[in-house]
Design a protein around this ligand. Structure first.
Ligand code: SF4
Ligand code: SF4
Ligand code: SF4
Length: 304
């Protein structure tokens, strides 16, 4: 789509964002112009774009981005994906909150990457996987740990060897009067909130994805945070042998990530025998192998 020169200059001077986000804002300005049946993007659409993104991301995040770019620092340093200076048969993926944060963010993805890499190095996972695999090593031999900051799981953690994401469990505080604004219900994409009667919300725990959106939106605190933690899946896979990972923790603690990783490494060490992928080993042996190691032989699962 065409752009008026003034709009282009205004965009270049005033729109501050990382490379991927800049393109999204360009496309958004064009969409606004098309909606008004304009032949070219004008400064009006650029101003509207700046406003709409500010409303979406919130003041705090826009301030962080502006500070970074206006001070000349540019993009923030990203968390490591593997051991620096060494070829690895694993990788850590993290969601886009690693750049400037995210309005939906629950956990800090930057904070777990390095400890996970240290643990994987202690297990000598690269050498273990190299010795277990057959045929020349390829990129698909990499063991992937995917970390997302919230239950939107933008990194697709259910389809990775190990998926970890931040979760928040809401609860109703009966001591705090609900003003029946329904903001919680509008915020819930999973239709997990309904009303017994006016001013009496209920949460369907089976439908709740633990995203915490209702907690953020409730103006009175009637819906409040009960617990924050980590949801953990193992053995997911995309492609020819696609498999959704199996849930180990619905609401785990930080240490549960490392307990689960320990169980996964044991599984590879003891049971991988000719299989290409962790998902195949989990299919063969069953998720109980992991559960027994993580929960110490008891059937009781932590969390919810
Ligand atoms: S997973 Fe959540 S926090 Fe991360 S980028 Fe997606 S929406 Fe934002
Ligand atoms: S935490 Fe998320 S999924 Fe659960 S009830 Fe609240 S908005 Fe809905
Ligand atoms: S957002 Fe809070 S105050 Fe509004 S209806 Fe929901 S529980 Fe009630």
């Amino acid at each position: 789509m065409e752009w008026e020169k003034q709009a282009l200059d205004y965009f270049d001077e005033n729109v501050l964002a990382g490379p991927h986000q800049i393109d999204m804002r360009r496309l958004y300005a064009e969409k606004l112009a098309r909606a008004k049946k304009k032949e070219a993007v004008t400064q009006f659409e650029v101003e509207q774009t700046i406003k709409d993104y500010a409303d979406f991301f919130g003041e705090e995040m826009i301030k962080r981005v502006t500070e970074c770019f206006s001070s000349g620092k540019g993009m923030p340093e990203l968390p490591p994906t593997e051991k620096e200076g060494k070829p690895c048969l694993y990788q850590i993926e993290t969601c886009h909150s690693k750049y400037f944060g995210c309005p939906s963010q629950i956990i800090d993805v930057r904070e777990i990457s390095q400890p996970l890499i240290d643990a994987l190095e202690d297990y000598h996972l690269t050498e273990l996987l190299a010795d277990k695999s057959h045929g020349p090593l390829m990129l698909h031999n990499k063991f992937t740990i995917s970390i997302s900051s919230c239950a939107n799981v933008c990194t697709g953690g259910e389809s990775k060897d190990m998926g970890i994401w931040g979760v928040e469990k809401p609860r109703i505080n009966p001591e705090v009067k609900c003003v029946d604004c329904k903001k919680c219900m509008e915020a819930c994409w999973d239709s997990a909130i309904s009303f017994k009667k006016e001013g009496q919300p209920i949460i369907n725990e089976r439908l709740c994805k633990l995203c915490g959106a209702c907690i953020k939106k409730c103006p009175t605190g009637t819906i409040e945070l009960e617990k924050r933690g980590y949801r953990i899946f193992v053995g997911g896979m995309f492609g020819r042998m696609y498999t959704i990972g199996r849930e180990v923790f619905r609401m785990g603690e930080r240490q549960d990530i490392f307990k689960t990783l320990d169980a996964v490494v044991s599984l590879i060490r003891e049971k991988q025998d000719g299989e290409h992928f962790l998902s195949q080993v989990v299919d063969k042996v069953g998720i109980d192998y992991i559960n027994r190691r993580v929960f110490g032989g008891t059937k009781e699962r932590k969390g919810l």
